[in-house]
Design a protein around this ligand. Structure first.
Ligand SMILES: [Zn+2]
Ligand SMILES: [Zn+2]
Length: 361
């Protein structure tokens, strides 16, 4: 592997991010596992659990018994219908046989014939009577069945009413359950979130920051994404409220720090250029050189010689390096003490002879 500083910086940063992500992924997996196990403990309510708290069972028993009675009555009614059919058949047969018998007799025949007519009429009458009795029995039974059916419908209505009572109880219990689940998850996530925020604010300069950052990712994921499936209907408020609070707190923190940074920079600029030169760190000097800007005040030190002529967009003119910053007066380039080559004044060695540039004369 060749030693390429830019590449190395990029690779290091990439590896650090991979470390952060890996840690976050495994932490998320672990947290999901824990939450899953909490789920096992709490039983979600079912609508049938609430039947026992109502009179639903009592009405079901009553309905069943009345249904049994109705079935029995129908069976009796079927028996009656069978008897009626038999009676009707017998009547039809008797009537037919009487008709044929009478057609072979004349009115003037003996009293023996009259006696038989009487006899046959008597049988026909009794058959008609029993048929009539059966019919009225059947009608009466139907009326009873109708009464029972009305009663059955009443029980049905009562059962439905009790069912809706059970449903109300269930909805109430489900809401309480959701809230309970949400709060237990919130109690689990809030300390993690607070720890994550603390790490974000305090551990950014730590040499193990990528690991802390992994935890920060996990904390934010856990709060803003992991909690979503458990949010009760008003849970959005909790999330957005905390989101707003976090933005405000982090925003205030960032603004304060930026302000302090600018103030520090301004104070630094009050110092003499030699003192400022001493404070400039190597990596800052390197970045500044790359971007041709002053390492102290951050402004560009290149001068475009035809800038004045108005060709601002096409920098075709020669760019000139200034030995001193036009804005803050810091020395930017100086000649090497040993070989007199012009060098950037804030990196340690002369590019021509390798002698130390930063050493004071
Ligand atoms: Zn400057
Ligand atoms: Zn030199």
């Amino acid at each position: 592997m060749d030693f390429n500083n830019k590449k190395l910086t990029r690779t290091t940063s990439f590896i650090h991010y991979v470390i952060s992500f890996l840690l976050a992924v495994f932490l998320i997996g672990m947290a999901n596992r824990i939450i899953w196990d909490i789920d096992e403990v709490d039983k979600r309510p079912y609508v049938t659990d609430f039947d026992v708290k109502t009179d639903i069972k009592k009405y079901r028993v009553l309905k069943q018994s009345i249904q049994d009675t109705i079935r029995e009555k129908y069976e009796v009614q079927e028996g009656i219908q069978l008897s009626m059919d038999l009676a009707q058949n017998a009547l039809d047969e008797q009537q037919a046989s009487f008709k044929t018998w009478i057609s072979t007799r004349t009115a003037t025949q003996s009293s023996k014939v009259n006696a038989e007519i009487q006899q046959r009429n008597y049988i026909l009458d009794s058959l008609r009577k029993s048929l009539k009795k059966l019919t009225s029995e059947k009608i009466l039974l139907q009326a009873t069945i109708d009464d029972f059916s009305v009663q059955k419908q009443k029980y049905n209505d009562a059962i439905n009413e009790e069912k809706s009572k059970a449903r109300d109880l269930y909805i109430k219990a489900e809401r309480a359950y959701d809230l309970h689940i949400f709060i237990s998850r919130l109690l689990f996530v809030i300390p993690i979130l607070l720890l994550g925020i603390w790490m974000l604010l305090k551990k950014r300069k730590h040499s193990y920051w990528p690991l802390f950052r992994g935890f920060v990712f996990f904390a934010f994921y856990g709060f803003f994404i992991g909690l979503v499936p458990y949010l009760p209907s008003y849970g959005g408020y909790v999330r957005y409220a905390i989101g707003i609070l976090l933005s405000v707190v982090l925003g205030i923190y960032a603004i304060k720090h930026l302000k302090a940074f600018v103030k520090r920079k301004k104070e630094e600029l009050q110092l003499s250029s030699t003192e400022r030169a001493k404070k400039i760190k190597n990596e800052v000097a390197e970045k500044a050189l790359e971007n041709h800007m002053c390492p102290s005040c951050g402004k560009d030190y290149l001068i475009n010689e035809i800038f004045q002529s108005g060709k601002r967009k096409h920098r075709s003119g020669t760019l000139k390096v200034t030995p001193y910053c036009r804005h803050c007066g810091l020395q930017l380039f100086k000649n090497c003490n040993t070989c007199d080559t012009k060098n950037y004044a804030h990196l340690p060695h002369c590019y021509s002879c390798g002698d130390n540039i930063l050493k004071t004369d």
